[in-house]
Design a protein around this ligand. Structure first.
Ligand SMILES: [Fe+2]
Length: 306
């Protein structure tokens, strides 16, 4: 598929609404969380009434990409009954997104129990998930990419590392990868003793299928590193980005934050300083992109050429 190259953008996260100056930033792309703007399944609206104005604000103004966390994409319900098919597919079409990404999680109509429930990394699950992924990509009509998970425990029955599973899944489905570098970093913090290696991960996944990169931060709590998206992006994750930009050709780098108050050096910041820190991360992302691909190769610097 022909996929446009956008540049560096931000996740349009509801937790940032009302205080982060999205529309004053030179963003190249916005990532819309379908779950946060969609209407409930038992109602008639595709877009939730509270989100109608927001959606109108962003439509047609900047390239959009879609992200599905709780679509039930890789769960066990009939695909036709899932949130992905009933809400995310028509949303993707109505917002004219360049591509859609999802999490490699199990999920169903219950949102609270599915976070960090990685797929079983097995040959049988690669075949099953690939069938659903292929069908969903056909329905979306745009590239469909799968995000590597940050997980605390490996799903029982797993028989291979996550990176081998993702490589098999992509080969079988013809879909794409959405590479979350902070999830790779977090997994290395938590699972290095079990052999997880960021380098092996990057050397094993098909880098030519990486369509988008996520960058985020997190922190240690009680001896476990958490993917909380509530700090600046760690140095080691920036290093991974430089490597990926030099070896792959992602069409966007998206920064993720999920809080009004980032944690920094043991301190909780106010929204003003949080804004400055997010803006500094965005600028650093743009510099990394421009270093790899040259100036003028992002949506906001290409003057409509891209
Ligand atoms: Fe992510």
């Amino acid at each position: 598929m022909d996929v446009p190259r956008h540049g560096v953008g931000l996740q349009f996260n509801p937790e940032l609404m009302g205080w982060f100056p999205f529309f004053e930033e030179p963003l190249d792309v916005l990532e819309v969380l379908f779950d946060s703007v969609m209407g409930p399944l038992d109602g008639p609206a595709l877009v939730a009434p509270r989100s109608v104005e927001l959606v109108q604000q962003i439509s047609g103004t900047i390239p959009l990409i879609g992200h599905s966390n709780y679509g039930g994409d890789f769960g066990f319900d009939d695909l036709a009954d899932t949130t992905a098919v009933r809400r995310h597919v028509p949303l993707a079409r109505s917002l004219d997104v360049s591509w859609v990404s999802n999490h490699c999680f199990y999920s169903d109509a219950s949102w609270s129990d599915v976070w960090s429930s990685p797929l079983q990394f097995s040959a049988a699950e690669a075949i099953r998930a690939a069938g659903r992924a292929r069908t969903l990509q056909d329905l979306y009509g745009v590239p469909f990419a799968h995000e590597n998970a940050a997980y605390y425990r490996v799903c029982p029955g797993s028989e291979m590392p996550e990176e081998d599973f993702l490589a098999q899944l992509i080969e079988l489905s013809g879909t794409y990868l959405h590479l979350d570098l902070h999830n790779v970093y977090a997994n290395e913090q938590n699972h290095a003793v079990n052999g997880y290696s960021a380098q092996r991960f990057l050397d094993t996944i098909p880098l030519d299928r990486v369509i988008c990169v996520h960058m985020a931060g997190g922190r240690w709590i009680d001896g476990q590193y958490h993917d909380l998206h509530d700090t600046r992006v760690p140095e080691a994750v920036w290093d991974l980005l430089d490597e990926v930009l030099s070896r792959a050709s992602p069409r966007a780098v998206i920064l993720e934050y999920e809080t009004q108050a980032l944690h920094c050096d043991g301190e909780t910041l106010d929204t003003g300083r949080t804004t400055e820190m997010i803006q500094a991360d965005l600028e650093r992302g743009r510099k990394a992109w421009d270093r790899a691909y040259g100036p003028g190769n992002r949506y906001s610097t290409a003057k409509g050429v891209l």
